[in-house]
Design a protein around this ligand. Sequence first.
Ligand SMILES: Nc1ncnc2c1ncn2[C@@H]1O[C@H](COP(=O)(O)OP(=O)(O)OP(=O)(O)O)[C@@H](O)[C@H]1O
Length: 485
Amino acid sequence: MIRAMGLLQSWGGFGTSIASFIFLWDMIRRYCPPELIRAFDKWARRIRSFFYPYIQISISEFMSNNLKPHDAYAAVEAYLSVHLAKDAKRLRAETVTGGSKLVLSMDEHERVTDEFCGVKVQWISGKLVQRESKYLPELERKYYKLMFHKKYRDMVTDIYLEQVIKAGKEIQMRNRKRKLYTNGHSKTTWSHIVFEHPATFGSLAMEVEKKQEIVDDLLMFRESKDFYARIGKAWKRGYLLYGPPGTGKSTMIAAMANLLDYDVYDLELTSVRDNTELRRLLAETTSKSIIVIEDIDCSLDLTGQRKKKPPEEKIEKTKKEVSRKDTEESGSRVTLSGLLNFIDGLWSACSGERIIVFTTNYVDKLDPALTRRGRMDKHIELSYCSFDGFKVLAKNYLRLDTHPIFESIEILMRETKIIPADVAENLMPSSLKEDAEKCLLKLVEALKQAKQLMIKKEEESALSEAKMKQAADVLQDKEDSIDKM
Ligand SMILES: Nc1ncnc2c1ncn2[C@@H]1O[C@H](COP(=O)(O)OP(=O)(O)OP(=O)(O)O)[C@@H](O)[C@H]1O
């Protein structure tokens, strides 16, 4: 009992001494000149760091000077959620925006250990609650603190942190929902929706070798960061896709985006007011993206003047005419030189990889300046459906590798031309009950009709040629008889 009382008394004495020390310390700080306090703090920090050999690095959720989210924080969070969150005892489960998958991250004040090249580092999660002024609500700022022994300072700051950020960004890239950006309807900025086009190179009707060549080219481009840096060129590649309507140009762009896991920027040139706006829109595009300008030949007159189209094209391209009208209303002034400047110049100022794709139905009409190699590195023709292409579609639409009707289809395909879009339409069962054979017969019928139409057209053109020749002969005869007179 006496011993217990003695213990209590000595604890009481200790408490009083601490309180007196705090009081004294407060007095000193209040009445001492600030220079003296600063010098004291400096020395105190030095002494503490001498006995306390750990370094701490904080990475906060928002930039310190504004409320912009900090990229590095998001990357660290992604890294920790995949590599270390499982070691934490208290976890936070959240869904990524627009996704249904739960992502786990460390809850506040959790601590996990990571090991890198035999060096152990600790990550601590925390939260600061701040109030900028008494009139503003409290702000929560989450942060991650990295703690390690000072003898590993260079290794952690130069190598480890860089690798964490890189790995985190890769994880973010994998988890993100890809986007399709558009600037249509006379908008001056990009708006986006989630990009969920199901097309793949596997589902594209095209000759196998040609398809493989394009896939190899794209994959090589994606892995060529060091190569482009070595040769001192911007990391970009231009593709020109050309061919009649309905041959799969848009489908191929979707397949490219899916293969590379890139976003798509569908640039509607007719909605862009002038070169300045074009430059701004393009500067806003992000890395790992495909910038698409469809129907480049008729989106705009690239010299800045309005363009007159021949009548037959007008009929074929009613849709594009409408968008051209929009241009006239919106007064677009994008010029060929503006576009070329951007292709050549702007890229070099943008970091990261980008692909630009132009599509056209009329490749011969394009200005050679636009399509020359270096600007458009790869020219890809998408043409009428081959038998190889048909087999891809039959496999996808009807799950058929072979069928006795295939032989007649092959013969008919050699004799006539049909676009993949028409083949696909015929192979699409019109009801759940419609079987594969019926679809194949529908296609045979369509091919026969296409063949008849082709023969008729050939006859008509032969006839008009004969008529023209006859007229020319009559004219020649007349001229000859005049000469004789
Ligand atoms: N090569 C192809 N492989 C698979 N499907 C195709 C192919 N070509 C066309 N299709 C089918 O036809 C439809 C129209 O094709 P798509 O829009 O890609 O053609 P396009 O060449 O871009 O036409 P346009 O020049 O009019 O823009 C697609 O939805 C797709 O189902």
